[in-house]
Design a protein around this ligand. Structure first.
Ligand SMILES: Cc1cc2nc3c(=O)[nH]c(=O)nc-3n(C[C@H](O)[C@H](O)[C@H](O)COP(=O)(O)OP(=O)(O)OC[C@H]3O[C@@H](n4cnc5c(N)ncnc54)[C@H](O)[C@@H]3O)c2cc1C
Length: 304
């Protein structure tokens, strides 16, 4: 794989629109601060370069994945034997289109999106405060909290397929569900998203932001490296409640610990490994299945 990658890398060494970090350690690019090396981390500034790059990767049969803030992924301690691509430059910008609509690049941090909406007197995104992801990652998994989901505000999405074709997808042609979307199956890269919000008094938006931030501080272990909830909620119940009822709060393996504040968070208390986290997750899943006959499905994605 390294040989194949060297041939691809050579073609882009002088390009100002593609920044390559060879042998990047993923623990520096994920919120869990866990993960081994990948062949390279590639930051792409323009969609045109991304098109040619993806075609090259396809020609050479080189595996790749797209990364936002790495706040919903667990990268294995051995890393991932491929290339990790991030969107920046023209796909990390925001524009107010008028008529309560914002166009946002997929690489924009959700915290910036929340502030941008506030600065234009647009309400709706307050529930996203404290979610440390990007627009692309959030749309792909239909991020949600406090009874709301990002898909409620999507109007259209600009995507690129694995052949480099770009096109707009209307909201009604995409299937969004609890922590997922049909975009996953279609294997498309989200480049830009047009959101449709509503007019709101800035004071009211600020109050909502404060309220949601306080709730997160009260009920989540903010401050510790994590990837948020590790399991999806099973139908009609909460994974956190089940794990807490089983008495697993605070259990640890190595430096990975089931949070004492929120039982569906596994925190990294220092130098936790992906192995530690997976061990805890497998153990919880087995015990819950045995005691309650409930299967807990991963919310986080494992890269290996
Ligand atoms: C403290 C904390 C709190 C959290 N709270 C919440 C919460 O309330 N609700 C919630 O839903 N989640 C929550 N999360 C999880 C996570 O932050 C969100 O799911 C977030 O939306 C993931 O975005 P990301 O950019 O980090 O995606 P990543 O983790 O980088 O990627 C997630 C998936 O999206 C794909 N992806 C990323 N960008 C693109 C793109 N441009 N095109 C196509 N696919 C792409 C990746 O390949 C991967 O499959 C929390 C996490 C933490 C650490």
């Amino acid at each position: 794989m390294q040989e194949k990658w060297k041939s691809i890398e050579k073609e882009y060494t002088d390009s100002p629109d593609l920044i390559i970090t060879p042998q990047a350690e993923m623990k520096f690019y994920t919120t869990w601060k866990i993960g081994g090396r990948v062949i390279a981390l590639v930051d792409v500034l323009k969609s045109t370069i991304l098109q040619s790059f993806l075609l090259k990767m396809k020609d050479f049969n080189c595996p790749w994945k797209i990364l936002g803030r790495g706040s919903n992924v667990l990268v294995h301690d051995h890393g991932f034997p491929g290339v990790v691509v991030r969107l920046t430059g023209e796909n990390a910008e925001m524009k107010y289109l008028g008529n309560h609509r914002i166009e946002s690049g997929a690489g924009v941090a959700l915290s910036h999106l929340v502030s941008f909406a506030l600065s234009h007197g647009l309400g709706g995104f307050e529930f996203l405060v404290g979610v440390p992801g990007t627009v692309g990652g959030a749309v792909r998994i239909n991020a949600g909290c406090f009874g709301q989901e990002i898909s409620h505000f999507i109007h259209e999405i600009l995507v690129m397929d694995t052949n480099g074709h770009i096109g707009w997808l209307k909201r009604e042609n995409i299937d969004f569900f609890y922590r997922g979307s049909s975009l996953e199956k279609e294997k498309v890269i989200i480049l830009k998203v047009i959101f449709s919000l509503f007019s709101e008094k800035p004071e009211c938006i600020r109050n909502n932001v404060r309220r949601y931030s306080l709730l997160r501080k009260q009920f989540q272990p903010v401050g510790w490296p994590s990837a948020g909830c590790v399991f999806k909620n099973p139908p009609g119940d909460y994974a956190a409640r089940i794990i807490e009822q089983m008495g697993f709060k605070g259990l640890r393996t190595g430096f990975a610990q089931i949070s004492e504040k929120h039982s569906n968070f596994i925190i990294n208390r220092g130098s936790a490994t992906a192995h530690d986290v997976m061990y805890l997750m497998d153990w919880i899943r087995k015990e819950v299945q045995r005691e309650r006959n409930i299967f807990l499905e991963n919310e986080i994605e494992v890269w290996q």
